[in-house]
Design a protein around this ligand. Structure first.
Ligand SMILES: NC(=O)c1ccc[n+]([C@@H]2O[C@H](COP(=O)([O-])OP(=O)(O)OC[C@H]3O[C@@H](n4cnc5c(N)ncnc54)[C@H](OP(=O)(O)O)[C@@H]3O)[C@@H](O)[C@H]2O)c1
Length: 310
Protein backbone atom coordinates (compact mmCIF):
# COMPACT_ATOMS: atom_id res chain seq x y z
CA UNK A 1 0.00 0.00 0.00
CA UNK A 2 1.11 3.52 -0.72
CA UNK A 3 1.18 6.26 1.88
CA UNK A 4 1.70 9.86 0.93
CA UNK A 5 3.13 11.93 3.78
CA UNK A 6 2.50 15.66 3.43
CA UNK A 7 3.33 18.66 5.60
CA UNK A 8 0.58 20.96 6.87
CA UNK A 9 1.22 23.23 3.90
CA UNK A 10 0.56 20.29 1.56
CA UNK A 11 4.18 19.66 0.47
CA UNK A 12 5.03 15.98 -0.03
CA UNK A 13 7.71 14.97 2.47
CA UNK A 14 8.98 11.93 0.52
CA UNK A 15 8.69 12.20 -3.26
CA UNK A 16 6.52 9.41 -4.68
CA UNK A 17 5.20 8.39 -1.23
CA UNK A 18 6.13 5.42 0.96
CA UNK A 19 5.47 1.80 0.13
CA UNK A 20 4.33 -0.33 3.10
CA UNK A 21 2.91 -3.82 3.50
CA UNK A 22 -0.88 -4.20 3.59
CA UNK A 23 -0.76 -5.23 7.24
CA UNK A 24 1.36 -2.23 8.30
CA UNK A 25 0.44 -0.30 11.43
CA UNK A 26 0.82 3.40 12.13
CA UNK A 27 3.92 2.52 14.20
CA UNK A 28 5.43 0.87 11.07
CA UNK A 29 4.77 4.05 9.10
CA UNK A 30 6.45 6.11 11.84
CA UNK A 31 9.47 3.79 11.74
CA UNK A 32 9.64 4.17 7.94
CA UNK A 33 9.56 7.97 8.26
CA UNK A 34 12.32 7.74 10.88
CA UNK A 35 14.39 5.51 8.58
CA UNK A 36 14.13 8.09 5.80
CA UNK A 37 14.67 11.08 8.02
CA UNK A 38 16.76 10.26 11.10
CA UNK A 39 15.77 13.49 12.86
CA UNK A 40 12.11 12.50 13.11
CA UNK A 41 12.05 9.65 15.66
CA UNK A 42 8.50 8.29 16.25
CA UNK A 43 7.63 10.30 19.40
CA UNK A 44 8.53 13.49 17.50
CA UNK A 45 5.93 12.78 14.85
CA UNK A 46 2.27 13.73 14.93
CA UNK A 47 0.30 12.10 12.12
CA UNK A 48 -3.25 13.15 11.28
CA UNK A 49 -5.75 12.62 8.50
CA UNK A 50 -6.15 15.60 6.15
CA UNK A 51 -9.14 17.87 6.73
CA UNK A 52 -11.03 19.90 4.16
CA UNK A 53 -9.77 23.50 3.86
CA UNK A 54 -11.94 25.79 5.97
CA UNK A 55 -13.40 22.86 7.95
CA UNK A 56 -13.89 23.51 11.66
CA UNK A 57 -13.59 19.81 12.53
CA UNK A 58 -10.60 18.57 14.53
CA UNK A 59 -8.16 16.41 12.57
CA UNK A 60 -8.14 12.69 13.45
CA UNK A 61 -4.83 11.79 15.12
CA UNK A 62 -3.42 8.41 14.03
CA UNK A 63 -2.88 5.95 16.89
CA UNK A 64 0.39 4.06 16.64
CA UNK A 65 -1.02 0.62 17.50
CA UNK A 66 -3.78 0.80 14.89
CA UNK A 67 -3.51 -0.65 11.40
CA UNK A 68 -3.17 1.85 8.56
CA UNK A 69 -6.13 0.13 6.90
CA UNK A 70 -8.35 1.48 9.68
CA UNK A 71 -7.76 4.97 8.27
CA UNK A 72 -8.56 4.21 4.64
CA UNK A 73 -11.70 5.72 3.25
CA UNK A 74 -13.64 4.25 0.34
CA UNK A 75 -11.89 2.00 -2.15
CA UNK A 76 -8.76 4.06 -2.50
CA UNK A 77 -5.53 2.07 -2.20
CA UNK A 78 -3.42 5.01 -1.15
CA UNK A 79 -3.54 6.99 2.03
CA UNK A 80 -2.52 10.58 2.67
CA UNK A 81 -1.38 11.57 6.14
CA UNK A 82 -0.39 14.97 7.44
CA UNK A 83 2.91 15.12 9.28
CA UNK A 84 3.76 17.57 12.04
CA UNK A 85 7.16 17.78 13.72
CA UNK A 86 6.56 18.05 17.48
CA UNK A 87 10.16 19.14 18.04
CA UNK A 88 12.74 17.47 20.29
CA UNK A 89 11.09 15.31 22.95
CA UNK A 90 12.05 14.19 26.43
CA UNK A 91 10.78 11.15 28.37
CA UNK A 92 7.91 12.10 30.70
CA UNK A 93 9.71 10.45 33.59
CA UNK A 94 12.84 12.50 32.88
CA UNK A 95 10.80 15.72 32.85
CA UNK A 96 9.17 14.85 36.20
CA UNK A 97 12.50 13.78 37.68
CA UNK A 98 14.12 17.16 36.89
CA UNK A 99 11.07 19.05 38.16
CA UNK A 100 11.19 17.27 41.53
CA UNK A 101 14.90 16.79 42.12
CA UNK A 102 15.37 20.59 42.21
CA UNK A 103 13.15 21.24 45.26
CA UNK A 104 14.52 18.11 46.97
CA UNK A 105 18.09 19.47 46.73
CA UNK A 106 17.39 23.20 47.02
CA UNK A 107 15.21 23.23 50.14
CA UNK A 108 17.82 21.68 52.51
CA UNK A 109 20.48 24.23 51.42
CA UNK A 110 18.82 27.03 53.42
CA UNK A 111 18.41 24.75 56.42
CA UNK A 112 21.88 23.20 56.56
CA UNK A 113 24.22 25.83 55.12
CA UNK A 114 25.07 29.32 56.42
CA UNK A 115 23.32 30.97 53.47
CA UNK A 116 21.93 33.84 55.56
CA UNK A 117 25.42 34.72 56.78
CA UNK A 118 26.57 35.01 53.16
CA UNK A 119 23.55 37.21 52.54
CA UNK A 120 24.73 39.57 55.28
CA UNK A 121 22.66 38.43 58.27
CA UNK A 122 24.59 38.94 61.51
CA UNK A 123 23.86 37.08 64.69
CA UNK A 124 23.09 33.51 65.68
CA UNK A 125 20.50 31.45 63.88
CA UNK A 126 18.26 29.46 66.21
CA UNK A 127 16.56 26.52 64.49
CA UNK A 128 12.96 26.03 65.69
CA UNK A 129 11.42 22.51 65.73
CA UNK A 130 8.85 23.57 63.10
CA UNK A 131 11.69 24.38 60.67
CA UNK A 132 13.15 20.90 61.14
CA UNK A 133 9.75 19.20 60.68
CA UNK A 134 9.09 21.40 57.63
CA UNK A 135 12.35 20.17 56.09
CA UNK A 136 11.35 16.52 56.61
CA UNK A 137 7.81 17.13 55.38
CA UNK A 138 8.90 19.02 52.25
CA UNK A 139 11.63 16.55 51.30
CA UNK A 140 9.37 13.57 51.96
CA UNK A 141 6.80 15.11 49.59
CA UNK A 142 9.19 15.44 46.66
CA UNK A 143 10.88 12.12 47.35
CA UNK A 144 7.42 10.50 47.23
CA UNK A 145 6.69 12.21 43.92
CA UNK A 146 9.92 10.91 42.38
CA UNK A 147 9.13 7.36 43.55
CA UNK A 148 5.57 7.66 42.21
CA UNK A 149 6.90 8.87 38.87
CA UNK A 150 9.09 5.80 38.44
CA UNK A 151 7.05 3.11 40.20
CA UNK A 152 3.37 4.13 40.31
CA UNK A 153 2.18 6.30 37.40
CA UNK A 154 1.25 4.62 34.15
CA UNK A 155 1.57 7.44 31.66
CA UNK A 156 -0.26 7.34 28.35
CA UNK A 157 2.24 9.64 26.64
CA UNK A 158 5.86 8.55 26.60
CA UNK A 159 7.35 11.97 25.93
CA UNK A 160 6.79 15.70 26.19
CA UNK A 161 8.44 18.65 24.38
CA UNK A 162 11.94 19.36 25.68
CA UNK A 163 11.06 23.05 26.15
CA UNK A 164 8.79 22.02 29.05
CA UNK A 165 11.86 21.02 31.09
CA UNK A 166 13.13 24.59 31.52
CA UNK A 167 9.62 26.05 31.94
CA UNK A 168 8.51 23.52 34.58
CA UNK A 169 11.84 23.51 36.40
CA UNK A 170 11.74 27.32 36.59
CA UNK A 171 8.35 27.04 38.33
CA UNK A 172 9.27 24.31 40.83
CA UNK A 173 12.84 25.39 41.53
CA UNK A 174 12.12 29.08 42.04
CA UNK A 175 9.28 28.36 44.47
CA UNK A 176 11.57 25.95 46.33
CA UNK A 177 14.08 28.81 46.80
CA UNK A 178 11.38 31.22 47.92
CA UNK A 179 9.69 28.87 50.38
CA UNK A 180 12.89 27.54 51.89
CA UNK A 181 14.35 31.06 52.19
CA UNK A 182 11.39 32.29 54.26
CA UNK A 183 10.69 29.17 56.35
CA UNK A 184 14.35 28.82 57.38
CA UNK A 185 15.02 32.53 57.83
CA UNK A 186 16.73 33.50 61.13
CA UNK A 187 13.93 36.02 61.78
CA UNK A 188 11.20 33.41 61.17
CA UNK A 189 8.52 33.41 63.88
CA UNK A 190 7.06 29.95 64.56
CA UNK A 191 3.32 29.36 64.98
CA UNK A 192 1.96 27.79 68.17
CA UNK A 193 2.78 24.18 68.95
CA UNK A 194 -0.87 23.19 68.51
CA UNK A 195 -1.17 24.90 65.11
CA UNK A 196 2.03 23.22 63.95
CA UNK A 197 0.74 19.77 64.99
CA UNK A 198 -2.65 20.33 63.33
CA UNK A 199 -0.98 21.54 60.12
CA UNK A 200 1.56 18.75 59.77
CA UNK A 201 -0.92 16.10 60.99
CA UNK A 202 -3.53 17.15 58.44
CA UNK A 203 -0.86 17.45 55.72
CA UNK A 204 0.52 13.95 56.33
CA UNK A 205 -2.99 12.45 56.16
CA UNK A 206 -3.49 14.24 52.82
CA UNK A 207 -0.13 13.00 51.49
CA UNK A 208 -1.11 9.41 52.35
CA UNK A 209 -4.53 9.96 50.73
CA UNK A 210 -2.78 11.41 47.67
CA UNK A 211 -0.60 8.30 47.42
CA UNK A 212 -3.69 6.08 47.66
CA UNK A 213 -5.37 8.11 44.87
CA UNK A 214 -2.34 7.46 42.67
CA UNK A 215 -2.60 3.71 43.36
CA UNK A 216 -6.27 3.82 42.28
CA UNK A 217 -5.33 5.68 39.08
CA UNK A 218 -2.55 3.18 38.39
CA UNK A 219 -5.05 0.31 38.58
CA UNK A 220 -7.07 1.86 35.75
CA UNK A 221 -4.36 0.92 33.25
CA UNK A 222 -2.36 -2.15 32.32
CA UNK A 223 1.40 -2.15 33.01
CA UNK A 224 2.31 -0.97 29.48
CA UNK A 225 0.17 2.17 29.97
CA UNK A 226 -2.59 0.99 27.65
CA UNK A 227 -6.26 1.11 28.55
CA UNK A 228 -6.96 4.75 27.75
CA UNK A 229 -9.04 6.79 30.17
CA UNK A 230 -11.43 5.09 32.58
CA UNK A 231 -13.91 6.38 35.12
CA UNK A 232 -11.87 6.63 38.34
CA UNK A 233 -13.77 5.23 41.29
CA UNK A 234 -13.31 4.32 44.93
CA UNK A 235 -12.30 6.42 47.95
CA UNK A 236 -12.51 10.19 47.18
CA UNK A 237 -12.91 9.55 43.45
CA UNK A 238 -16.56 8.69 44.17
CA UNK A 239 -17.09 12.39 44.93
CA UNK A 240 -14.37 14.25 42.99
CA UNK A 241 -12.95 13.66 39.49
CA UNK A 242 -9.41 14.73 40.36
CA UNK A 243 -9.15 13.52 43.95
CA UNK A 244 -5.37 13.27 43.55
CA UNK A 245 -5.21 17.04 42.91
CA UNK A 246 -7.62 17.74 45.79
CA UNK A 247 -5.38 15.90 48.25
CA UNK A 248 -2.29 17.56 46.74
CA UNK A 249 -3.77 21.02 47.34
CA UNK A 250 -4.85 20.14 50.88
CA UNK A 251 -1.46 18.72 51.80
CA UNK A 252 0.10 22.09 50.86
CA UNK A 253 -2.56 23.75 52.99
CA UNK A 254 -1.43 21.55 55.89
CA UNK A 255 2.20 22.56 55.32
CA UNK A 256 1.18 26.23 55.28
CA UNK A 257 -0.94 26.00 58.42
CA UNK A 258 2.15 24.61 60.18
CA UNK A 259 4.73 26.99 58.71
CA UNK A 260 2.67 30.09 57.81
CA UNK A 261 4.65 32.02 55.20
CA UNK A 262 3.38 34.22 52.38
CA UNK A 263 5.70 32.37 49.97
CA UNK A 264 4.16 29.01 50.95
CA UNK A 265 0.59 30.26 50.52
CA UNK A 266 1.52 31.86 47.21
CA UNK A 267 2.89 28.54 45.93
CA UNK A 268 -0.25 26.72 47.10
CA UNK A 269 -2.46 29.29 45.34
CA UNK A 270 -0.52 29.03 42.05
CA UNK A 271 -0.46 25.20 42.25
CA UNK A 272 -4.21 25.14 43.03
CA UNK A 273 -5.02 27.34 40.04
CA UNK A 274 -2.84 25.22 37.70
CA UNK A 275 -4.38 21.97 38.96
CA UNK A 276 -7.93 23.40 38.79
CA UNK A 277 -7.37 24.26 35.16
CA UNK A 278 -6.07 20.78 34.37
CA UNK A 279 -8.85 19.18 36.43
CA UNK A 280 -11.49 21.02 34.39
CA UNK A 281 -9.90 19.63 31.20
CA UNK A 282 -9.78 16.09 32.61
CA UNK A 283 -13.37 16.32 33.87
CA UNK A 284 -14.62 17.52 30.45
CA UNK A 285 -12.65 14.78 28.68
CA UNK A 286 -14.17 12.04 30.87
CA UNK A 287 -17.68 13.48 30.37
CA UNK A 288 -17.09 13.47 26.60
CA UNK A 289 -15.73 9.89 26.51
CA UNK A 290 -18.43 8.55 28.84
CA UNK A 291 -21.42 10.27 27.28
CA UNK A 292 -23.96 7.48 27.91
CA UNK A 293 -24.50 6.96 24.15
CA UNK A 294 -24.04 3.78 22.04
CA UNK A 295 -23.67 1.55 25.11
CA UNK A 296 -20.99 3.69 26.75
CA UNK A 297 -21.52 4.39 30.46
CA UNK A 298 -22.52 7.89 31.49
CA UNK A 299 -20.00 9.78 33.59
CA UNK A 300 -21.49 10.18 37.07
CA UNK A 301 -22.17 13.58 38.64
CA UNK A 302 -19.04 14.63 40.51
CA UNK A 303 -17.21 17.67 41.74
CA UNK A 304 -14.22 18.59 39.57
CA UNK A 305 -11.58 19.25 42.21
CA UNK A 306 -12.61 21.32 45.23
CA UNK A 307 -16.06 20.66 46.67
CA UNK A 308 -18.19 22.69 47.32
CA UNK A 309 -16.68 25.32 44.99
CA UNK A 310 -15.61 23.46 41.86
N1 LIG B 1 2.13 21.20 42.95
C1 LIG B 1 1.79 21.29 41.68
O1 LIG B 1 1.86 22.35 41.05
C2 LIG B 1 1.31 20.04 40.96
C3 LIG B 1 0.82 20.17 39.66
C4 LIG B 1 0.42 19.00 39.01
C5 LIG B 1 0.53 17.77 39.66
N2 LIG B 1 0.99 17.67 40.91
C6 LIG B 1 1.09 16.34 41.62
O2 LIG B 1 1.70 15.39 40.78
C7 LIG B 1 0.79 14.29 40.61
C8 LIG B 1 0.89 13.75 39.17
O3 LIG B 1 0.47 14.77 38.30
P1 LIG B 1 -0.22 14.47 36.91
O4 LIG B 1 -0.75 15.77 36.41
O5 LIG B 1 0.72 13.68 36.06
O6 LIG B 1 -1.44 13.53 37.43
P2 LIG B 1 -2.61 12.91 36.62
O7 LIG B 1 -2.47 13.21 35.19
O8 LIG B 1 -3.90 13.30 37.15
O9 LIG B 1 -2.53 11.35 36.90
C9 LIG B 1 -1.44 10.56 37.21
C10 LIG B 1 -1.45 9.30 36.33
O10 LIG B 1 -2.75 8.70 36.29
C11 LIG B 1 -3.22 8.63 34.94
N3 LIG B 1 -4.66 8.92 34.88
C12 LIG B 1 -5.28 10.06 35.27
N4 LIG B 1 -6.60 9.97 35.08
C13 LIG B 1 -6.85 8.74 34.52
C14 LIG B 1 -8.01 8.06 34.07
N5 LIG B 1 -9.23 8.62 34.16
N6 LIG B 1 -7.88 6.82 33.54
C15 LIG B 1 -6.66 6.25 33.43
N7 LIG B 1 -5.50 6.83 33.86
C16 LIG B 1 -5.58 8.07 34.39
C17 LIG B 1 -2.43 9.68 34.17
O11 LIG B 1 -2.40 9.33 32.83
P3 LIG B 1 -1.90 10.28 31.60
O12 LIG B 1 -0.45 9.95 31.44
O13 LIG B 1 -2.71 9.86 30.44
O14 LIG B 1 -2.16 11.70 32.01
C18 LIG B 1 -1.09 9.64 34.87
O15 LIG B 1 -0.28 8.62 34.39
C19 LIG B 1 -0.60 14.85 40.93
O16 LIG B 1 -1.54 13.89 41.31
C20 LIG B 1 -0.26 15.79 42.04
O17 LIG B 1 -0.13 15.07 43.25
C21 LIG B 1 1.40 18.80 41.57
Amino acid sequence: MKVSVVTRSGRELFKGGLELSDSATVADLQEEIHKRSKKFYPSRQRLTLPIQPGSKEKAVVLTSKKSLKDYYSGNSDSLTVVFKDLGPQVEYRTLFFFEYIGPLLIYPIFYYFPVYQYLGFKGDRVIHPVQTYALYYYCFHYFKRILETFFIHRFSHATSPISYVSRNCAYYWSFAVLMSYYVNHPLYTPVSDLQMKIGFGFGIICQIANFYCHILLRNLRSPDGSGGYQIPSGFLFNIVTCANYTTEIYQWLGFNIATQTVAGYLFAAVAASIMSNWALGKHRRLKKIFDGKDGRPKYPRRWVILPPFL
